[in-house]
Ligand binder design. Structure first.
Ligand code: PGA
Length: 268
């Protein structure tokens, strides 16, 4: 895992946006894995700003989101489709026909929908760069603790902690969904690169478990220890429980020197 610690959340977003822009520039048909939640909002703002400044085009991008609430209407302002439109898709030149979320509407079979989503990702030649946040309980996507480390896109019941963490986003008259379709951990592991962002003190324990804990279904993000190209972007607060803080910062400096000599190369 490449662990990079920045001063604040804005630096995390700017550097995550660099990764996305590099992918878009390097590949003729880039495939992005996208995430929702509070953490990636700054990244999307940065990408929109870069696009508006003429620095990047999403015209050839295909995207696959990590998750979507079960049986939610896509017009519902709480759907992750609405979130993506509002935070990214409506402000860049992406072809919305090439943007996918793992949906399962009323009357559809979640098992079939999960398999169909996996097929769609394969048809697009797989995800090049998967953006991830992390839950305070160590989840990635909606792969809650105890999720199989070899899971594929399927329906999951959200934990009480996740429901409590996300309740801030719902008003009293809105019904908070308790189930969601989510890419599985194996689906995420198939991405050529994963870029996980974590900011704020409430993520510090999950970050510690992910990086220095045992690989375990109790902390689904710990499976990223087994990923060949996992990049973890943290602010100081999210990194505050890591013992090897200074080593990561030193290693990052060394990597930067190497990149200056060899160029910023990634085998997307
Ligand atoms: P957050 O969620 O960015 O809203 O903290 C992260 C996640 O649950 O993956």
């Amino acid at each position: 895992m490449q662990i990079i610690i920045y001063d604040d959340a804005q630096q995390v977003a700017i550097n995550a946006a660099n990764w996305v822009q590099n992918l878009i520039k390097e590949k003729a048909k880039p495939v992005l894995g996208l995430a929702t939640g509070s953490t990636p909002i700054r990244l999307y703002q940065e990408l929109v700003a870069q696009h508006k400044a003429g620095h990047c085009s999403f015209a050839n991008v295909t995207s696959f989101n990590l998750d979507e609430y079960h049986q939610i209407d896509e017009q519902n302002p709480q759907s992750y489709r609405s979130f993506m439109q509002e935070n990214l898709f409506d402000h860049v030149d992406i072809d919305k026909a090439n943007t996918f979320l793992p949906t399962c509407s009323q009357g559809q079979n979640p098992r079939e929908q999960g398999l169909a989503y996996e097929d769609k990702i394969k048809q697009a030649s797989g995800v090049d760069l998967q953006i991830l946040g992390i839950g305070a309980n160590g989840h990635i996507g909606f792969n809650e603790p105890t999720s199989s480390l070899t899971s594929r896109t399927r329906i999951k019941t959200l934990t009480q902690q996740t429901l409590a963490d996300n309740s801030r986003l719902f008003t009293d008259d809105e019904i908070q969904p308790t189930m969601a379709m989510t890419m599985g951990i194996a689906t995420i592991m198939d991405a050529r690169y994963v870029l996980l962002m974590a900011t704020g003190k409430n993520k510090a324990q999950a970050v510690k478990d992910m990086i220095t804990g045992a690989v375990s279904a109790s902390c689904p993000a710990s499976m990223l220890q087994m990923h060949e190209n996992a990049v973890i972007l943290l602010d100081k607060e999210a990194a505050s429980m890591l013992d090897d803080h200074r080593y990561y910062q030193w290693a990052d400096k060394q990597n930067k020197k190497l990149n200056e000599k060899l160029g910023f190369y990634h085998n997307f």
